[in-house]
Design a protein around this ligand. Structure first.
Ligand SMILES: [Zn+2]
Ligand SMILES: [Zn+2]
Length: 267
């Protein structure tokens, strides 16, 4: 069992001590835990989010790297970051991340058309088709970013705070762009993340099983597992459920990342 996507107190929305998280992961029998704290560089281009502090990258990477050394032999600690994609932030990520020795970088969409899709206002002024369509367009665009990343975070995130009566993001409604996204992920050798933080979506995990099955059909193999835990109790949540579903669907491996190399873990 392992987890490639978690947040400690280096993220503005977590208070958790990374040592406690590592100890918790060890107690659960895990052999790999990555800290992928938020690098919300895109918010520096949106003045209304000035109140959200930016991560101290040096401190984050130094501390997690020190913990990686300290826990060698007990658990593999992944040094990571989660970038919030926005075209305007490309150069920021490119220049700020190049000097650090990291294991895994997750590229995620949290803002769409300069708005935070956690806010009801995002949905109020759009039809479901517009809101989800713009989200998927942003995901597709994020795959062409100039900075390095390993996995594509939580596809379907837009559904979490969606205000429509029927929230479901259905493959057939967006088949062309979803296919384009999945084919591009495969062609670029990136991993598709399975994220077990599915609160508000009515699903067990993201993306939907329909999208994951389509990924398999198109030849996709690289998959990471991430809980997106912001506190100890959620680390590794639903790993077994995800692993069982993948096995039953014909997938053979999940992958964790060290020094940006995928390491296959047999299901
Ligand atoms: Zn995220
Ligand atoms: Zn996250």
């Amino acid at each position: 069992m392992f987890d490639t996507h978690t947040h400690c107190r280096h993220s503005h929305d977590s208070k958790e001590d990374p040592i406690e998280m590592i100890e918790y992961a060890i107690s659960q029998g895990m052999d790999y835990l990555a800290f992928t704290d938020h690098f919300d560089g895109e918010l520096t281009f949106l003045p209304e989010f000035d109140y959200i502090p930016q991560i101290d990258l040096e401190n984050h990477f130094d501390e997690i790297r020190a913990l990686k050394e300290r826990y060698k032999g007990k658990i593999e600690v992944g040094v990571g970051i989660e970038c919030g994609y926005m075209k305007e932030a490309n150069n920021l990520y490119l220049s700020k991340l190049s000097g650090f020795d990291t294991d895994i970088i997750i590229n995620s969409i949290h803002t769409i058309e300069y708005e935070d899709c956690y806010m009801p206002s995002y949905f109020a002024k759009r039809t479901k088709s517009q809101a989800y369509g713009a989200y998927l367009k942003a995901v597709r665009e994020s795959l062409d970013c100039p900075y390095h990343f390993d996995s594509v975070g939580h596809i379907g995130y837009v559904v979490r705070k969606s205000t429509y009566e029927d929230k479901a993001l259905v493959y057939k409604d967006f088949a062309d762009i979803i296919d384009d996204i999945l084919k591009t992920i495969i062609a670029k050798g990136k991993a598709l993340e399975i994220n077990s933080q599915s609160k508000g979506t009515g699903l067990d995990f993201l993306p939907t099983t329909e999208i994951l099955s389509r990924y398999k059909e198109l030849g996709g193999e690289l998959l990471t597992f991430g809980s997106d835990a912001h506190f100890c109790g959620r680390i590794g949540e639903k790993y077994s459920l995800v692993a069982e579903w993948l096995k039953a669907t014909g997938f053979k491996y999940l992958f964790k990342y060290l020094a940006h190399k995928p390491i296959a873990v047999k299901l």
